[in-house]
Design a binder for this molecule. Structure first.
Ligand code: SF4
Length: 839
């Protein structure tokens, strides 16, 4: 036992002592930190408050070099078994553990924190020793082929980590890019105890990393770092909410809601039986209603104060993450974490995720879209009604938080029950009905003005001309009335909360869940009010206000959104500047323009004080031997009314040709796809060829079906990327139309307008590069392995007739190419079958 002054300043000692006294001598858990070169710990954060016998210990709040502290109220400072286990866990992360008495005069240091660590570089030969021709992977996998591009890319990633710079790297299909970043990332985090985040766009790639590539990489690195998949909180069951629903709400379900009730019971049984709580592990897909009742929410979570905290599935996942040095996440979660870090200027400790020093973004071609989606605000008629129903609803009123409060008040707080039942709830329900009517009134005003023909879906950029024209006057007046009503509604709820807060501590403790839910729902209404405050009002030019109007079932719905016009500044501030290194990779970053489009759009072009490197690694595939490109002269252009029939004929000829294997047809709009699908139904059925259409079945089901039975798969937007169908499952890809974005996309339209206003060409600077990227993604569906053979068919005459067609063709210049009519196509496919189809 030694005096605490040896380790910490008197200010830190005083702060700890004060906290212990305020916590009535119970245990607390704190983290001490010291500045660079300081001997003593000078900063203290109180992280958890416990009981006289235990306290939670959160590894996610620490970083290497920190000292964790907890007190033993008994004054006996010997570490318990649990203390030893935690000290081991913290110690592995370079974090020390100390136990103090309640006076904070003496302590025992169970584990010393790591001293400032020297950076250990990943050597190029370490990478080659794993990925090279004689490397560990070639010894492990009998058919392993070392790929030059993969080794070179891995070396570049290692350099980016060692030298702390930004790397944008295009890796053609078949390079093996996942292992090319995983191997150096794992070696780096092993040597340096540094955490690295790997963010992808698609779940498919996350699954591939977690189930295949990461275990493989770990198997060839001695003592490899741990890795964990992190998901958003809403993917996990909240045990407190589930217990609350089961003990207080089951009897309150209406007859129509029996299915929800049954699902909640099934979910609870599954959690009890398996001890799991991750939505992805569930053997069945729950309805949105039942999952919403029991999923974890940030603003309804009691955190360390929750009785279920130690076994809460969300926190278990975060504990696993805290013990892992490689974190796999989706890009949306990464941006959620970055937004919190940027706001709080915290890049050292946990935010949405534990802290990390380096970021690797795979599928980085989507960064701008995902960041745009994430950094915006929205309010929708459906979302608002849903939110109100969570307070009180006649249909599901029994489960609204206010009616639950009334139910429990009847048993334990007669005064509250009386005020609620006699005054506040009747007042609340009257105003809520008015609010619901007002939401409809606002929807109606918007539809009357902008959707008088009652189309199913209308997208509209609220450009300055519209905002200043008076076209929105009626809607603005309705929105103002809606805000006024929401304010009145919140006054009643605040009144409820004041009465609730006057109840006994025991009552509040017992119904903590209701208290926290009420506060969370109120703050969501406040968020809605702050978005509505700027409804249809001109804002700074970096924001794009837009509307989506829908007719769904019997309701006219609206969604009002405000999206960032440009995310480049945000990406620079939140991602590129604060992190030591950022690696971005995809098969489509370079448009033969030296990454100019990619670096401009994402803010790298204006990034100063940080070294940047861009590199391309070509695909190892022999496209001249494996693939062919048919440019078909169609009798009409893609916007001509006859085009759909023409295209259907082309698809039929291709699918029924002797060239074996499945056909993927890529569209740019649902409407055209559905017209073509209807034309193809009968002839394909007669020929015994399966027709698979996006939207008719789930994407994964469609992919499985084409893998098994081949046939013809028609898809739009999301089918241009992320589909991996090697072998005969897919041997023919037809691009129906060059994938230019439509002006009906409000953000696209606003961005084009901003570029034009700046005196530049939106077509060459934005629209064309976006289409080229998408095209490159679509083409990439065809050849997935060295054994694949396939034909790419382009049915859009503009590739031959327009000047920009050459830009598209330059992206497939490795393919042997033919220009032909539809009639010649059949003969060509016959010949191709002779040359390429046999593979
Ligand atoms: S810790 Fe939070 S998420 Fe977990 S059970 Fe408790 S309230 Fe729910």
């Amino acid at each position: 036992m030694v005096e605490t002054t040896r380790y910490m300043t008197t200010e830190v000692i005083a702060a700890l002592r004060r906290e212990i006294e305020e916590n009535r001598g119970a245990e607390l858990f704190a983290v001490l930190r010291r500045g660079e070169g300081e001997q003593q710990f000078t900063q203290v954060s109180i992280v958890c408050r416990g009981t006289h016998t235990e306290v939670p210990a959160l590894i996610s709040r620490t970083q290497a070099g920190d000292m964790t502290v907890h007190n033993h109220p008994s004054g006996v400072l010997q570490p318990s078994r649990a203390d030893m286990a935690m000290a081991t866990l913290f110690g592995e992360e370079g974090v020390g553990s100390m136990i103090v008495n309640n006076e904070v005069s003496h302590c025992i240091v169970v584990a010393e924190p790591a001293a400032d660590q020297k950076k250990v570089d990943v050597a190029t030969d370490e990478v080659a020793a794993i990925l090279g021709p004689e490397g560990a992977l070639s010894r492990k996998l009998p058919n392993y082929e070392s790929r030059e591009g993969q080794v070179a890319m891995a070396t570049s990633v290692a350099k980016a980590l060692n030298e702390e710079h930004i790397l944008s790297v295009e890796a053609g299909t078949g390079t093996g890019k996942s292992l090319a970043y995983l191997i150096p990332a794992m070696l780096w985090s092993k040597h340096n105890r540094d955490r690295i985040v790997i963010a992808t766009k698609t779940i498919a790639l996350q699954e591939q990393l977690v189930n295949k590539d990461i275990p493989l990489a770990q198997s060839v690195i001695p003592d490899p770092p741990r890795a964990a998949l992190i998901k958003g909180r809403g993917n996990y069951v909240c045990l407190r909410k589930m217990a609350d629903v089961r003990s207080h709400q089951m009897a309150l379900f209406t007859d129509e809601e029996r299915d929800i009730q049954r699902e909640v019971e099934d979910l609870a049984a599954w959690v009890e039986e398996t001890g799991k709580g991750d939505l992805a592990d569930l053997p069945f897909m729950p309805s949105r209603e039942s999952w919403d009742l029991i999923r974890s929410d940030a603003d309804m979570c009691l955190g360390a104060k929750c009785p279920f905290f130690q076994r809460a599935p969300f926190y278990e996942s975060r504990r696993r993450a805290a013990q892992s040095r490689i974190l796999v996440v989706n890009q949306a979660l990464l941006f959620a974490d970055l937004a919190v870090r940027q706001q709080s200027d915290n890049y050292k400790t946990a935010a949405v995720m534990p802290s990390y020093g380096h970021v690797i973004l795979d599928e980085a071609h989507s960064m701008e879209d995902i960041a745009t989606d994430h950094f915006g605000n929205k309010v929708s008629s459906l979302g608002l009604r849903f939110l109100l129903a969570k307070f009180f609803s006649n249909n599901r009123g029994s489960k609204g938080v206010l009616s639950r409060l009334l139910n429990v008040a009847v048993d334990g707080a007669a005064n509250l029950a009386r005020v609620l039942g006699d005054e506040l709830l009747p007042e609340y329900t009257v105003i809520q009905d008015e609010v619901v009517q007002q939401i409809h009134a606002l929807s109606r005003a918007l539809h009357n003005q902008f959707n008088p023909e009652g189309k199913r879906n209308v997208l509209l950029w609220l450009r300055n001309e519209i905002l200043g024209s008076g076209e929105l006057d009626e809607a603005k007046a309705e929105a103002a009335r809606l805000m006024e009503l929401l304010h009145r509604l919140m006054l009643v709820v605040k009144n409820v909360r004041t009465h609730l807060e006057n109840q006994s501590e025991a009552f509040l403790d017992q119904h903590q869940g209701i208290c926290i839910e009420l506060a969370a729902r109120m703050s969501r209404v406040e968020d809605t009010l702050s978005t509505l405050k700027y409804f249809a009002i001109r804002q700074d030019p970096n924001h794009v206000p837009w509307l989506e109007l829908k007719i769904s079932r019997r309701f006219e719905e609206f969604e009002y959104r405000v999206s960032p016009l440009d995310v480049s500044g945000t990406l620079r501030e939140a991602l590129f500047q604060p992190f030591k290194s950022v690696v971005m990779t995809s098969a489509t970053l370079d448009l033969k323009d030296e990454f100019r489009f990619f670096t401009n759009r994402n803010g790298l072009a204006k990034l100063e004080d940080k070294k940047q490197i861009t590199q391309s690694f070509a695909s190892p595939f022999d496209y001249a031997r494996q693939a062919g490109l048919c440019l078909v002269r169609m009798s009409s252009g893609p916007t001509h009314p006859a085009f759909a029939d023409d295209l259907a004929g082309l698809i039929l000829k291709t699918a029924l040709s002797p060239f074996p294997g499945g056909t993927l047809v890529l569209f740019t709009a649902y409407a055209q796809m559905n017209i073509v699908a209807r034309t193809l139904e009968q002839p394909l059925a007669q020929a015994g060829v399966a027709l698979l259409v996006q939207g008719r079945e789930q994407r994964s089901v469609l992919v499985e079906k084409i893998k098994k039975n081949h046939g013809v798969l028609l898809g739009t937007d999301s089918f241009w990327e992320g589909i991996d169908l090697p072998g005969h499952a897919l041997t023919k890809v037809i691009i129906a139309k060059l994938p230019f974005r439509q002006m009906r996309d409000p953000i696209f339209e606003a961005r084009c307008t901003a570029i034009e206003a700046d005196g530049r060409s939106s077509f060459s600077e934005y629209s064309l590069p976006l289409a080229l990227l998408k095209f490159k993604q679509g083409v990439g569906r065809l050849i997935r392995t060295k054994e694949d053979r396939g034909v790419l068919i382009i049915a859009d005459n503009r590739i031959l007739n327009k000047g920009y067609g050459k830009r598209f063709l330059s992206l497939v210049d490795a393919y042997p190419r033919w220009e032909l009519t539809q009639a010649q196509l059949v003969a060509q496919l016959h010949g191709e079958q002779e040359v390429r189809g046999r593979g």
